[in-house]
Design a protein around this ligand. Structure first.
Ligand SMILES: *Cc1c(COP(=O)(O)O)cnc(C)c1O
Length: 227
């Protein structure tokens, strides 16, 4: 996978992106296998599922990213569980994460999720609200503003490319105003090549890496290889 990402980036004249391995619904042993091969960053959609896997794997070198929607009543647990939260999309969440990030660990890395398709009802901050939200993250002592995330879902390739390009433009504008913005997270198994061409610095890949996702969580916590 890393080779394919690097080749795509090189052909587009871009630096190779970071690979986030999206391990939601995958058993802990699948994570252990990739970790043995050197993969360190894993993405999960649910707080409880991530905690169960962390406990099973007990590997402090792994880095955990929350990429699913975060409800405010889970903010405290999320702030204690993850290294990165990619789905920050409203001021109340910024405040809650800042308040609950333990002082005993490093600052919580934050990406602002953007509703770049402008679809009502979709998660993510509207583009016109992103700058104010970035300012709020930057002002929280326990949070570290790292960039933006999006899950564009337009109907066709041309619109999707335009959405990725709009994300890159938004990112570049904010990176000029805020220190430490180094991450633009966009692109999944189906569209990572297009995202890299448009300037993604991190791609989130699940099924192309692990194979098809199980439909429900099974045996998260058993990390023994399949006999
Ligand atoms: C599930 C998920 C992915 C990975 O999807 P694949 O199509 O399996 O690569 C990436 N990002 C988010 C936010 C997801 O929920």
């Amino acid at each position: 996978m890393q080779g394919a990402l690097a080749a795509t980036a090189s052909a587009a004249g871009r630096p190779p992106p970071c690979l986030l391995a999206v391990s939601k619904l995958q058993p802990a042993r699948a994570i252990a296998e990739l970790a043995t091969g050197g993969q360190q960053a894993f993405g999960e959609n649910y707080v409880q599922e991530a905690r169960a896997k962390q406990a099973a794997l007990n590997d402090p070198t792994l880095q955990w990213h929350l990429i699913g929607h975060l409800q405010s009543n889970k903010a405290r647990e999320a702030a204690q569980t993850f290294d990165w939260i990619q789905s920050v999309d409203r001021p109340a969440l910024v405040e809650a994460l800042g308040r609950h990030r333990p002082t005993s660990v490093t600052r919580l890395n934050v990406l602002i999720q953007v509703n770049i398709d402008d679809e009502p009802g979709k998660h993510g901050a509207m583009p016109e609200h992103v700058a104010a939200l970035a300012g709020a993250v930057a002002a929280e002592g326990r949070l570290r503003l790292r960039g933006l995330m999006a899950i564009p879902t337009p109907a066709n390739a041309a619109k999707r490319r335009a959405a990725f390009a709009a994300m890159r433009q938004l990112f570049d504008g904010l990176a000029a105003r805020f220190d430490g913005m180094d991450t633009l997270s966009m692109g999944m198994s189906e569209d990572y090549a297009m995202a890299i061409e448009q300037g993604a610095t991190m791609v989130r890949i699940g099924s192309a890496l692990f194979g098809p996702r199980p439909t429900q969580v099974t045996a998260h916590t058993d990390i023994r290889p399949v006999p």
